[in-house]
Design a protein around this ligand. Structure first.
Ligand code: AMP
Length: 214
């Protein structure tokens, strides 16, 4: 069982790279953003509460999120490990994760930071579209779908995330720098942090990532 944490600002490629790594090495990909968006879509009580935080670009409170995460971690007990994308986002969350894994005699084996500048994040997210069915993401103009507004894989319609509006992105970036970036030191102190330049081509980022994992 190996557990990896992906760190980086919104739009740094965590989701894309985690999906790719998950397919390559057979470790499941767990995105707290996806878990929460599913809960919103299914209109669960938790989803309804989380929605207002997410739309404003705020962090969802731990008392809503931690139970959901623990349940998902335990559901995959038989898997080869987990790639966590979007969690932890604060130092207390990093501590909760450590305790949660400790209970099962596990640990975070590596934390990977994808570094991307604020300007690049804003540029990327203003062109980000995703398939509401399979969640695949596209980026205009570099990685546009073959047919305007339609997913290459399943032919369903693409949408933008409401929290990708520039004003909300700026807030998410601010929260990232204030609350999430300190986790870098948390994992650096444990000597498990590796930094990768997230502004390289997706293929180069992926090959750097494979080197870290292997
Ligand atoms: P993401 O898809 O990772 O960009 O997450 C989308 C939104 O979900 C974030 O802006 C937060 O509102 C919420 N969210 C995701 N992960 C967390 C987390 N670990 N802690 C608090 N809120 C989160």
């Amino acid at each position: 069982m190996r557990n990896f944490v992906f760190l980086g600002p919104p739009g740094s490629g965590k989701g894309t790279q985690a999906t790719r790594l998950s397919q390559k090495v057979g470790i499941r990909h767990l995105s707290t953003g996806d878990l929460l968006r599913n809960a919103v879509q299914e209109q669960t009580a938790l989803g309804m509460q989380a929605k207002e935080y997410m739309e404003k670009g705020d962090l969802v409170p731990d008392q809503l999120l931690l139970g959901l995460l623990e349940e998902s971690m335990n559901n995959g007990a038989m898997s080869k490990g987990t790639i966590l994308d979007g969690f932890p986002r604060t130092v207390p969350q990093a501590e909760s994760l450590r305790d949660m894994l400790n209970k099962n005699n596990m640990k975070v084996d590596a934390a990977v930071l994808l570094e991307v500048s604020d300007e690049e994040v804003i540029k990327r997210l203003s062109g980000r579209w995703f398939c509401t069915t399979c969640q695949r993401t596209y980026n205009y103009p570099m990685h546009a779908p073959k047919k305007e507004g339609i997913c290459d894989d399943d032919g369903h319609e693409l949408q933008r995330r409401r929290d990708d509006e520039e004003e909300v992105v700026r807030k998410r970036l601010h929260i990232y720098r204030e609350r999430t970036a300190p986790i870098v030191d948390f994992y650096r102190a444990e000597s498990i942090l590796t930094t990768i330049c997230g502004e390289q081509s997706p293929d180069k980022v992926f090959s750097d990532l494979l080197e870290v994992i292997q």
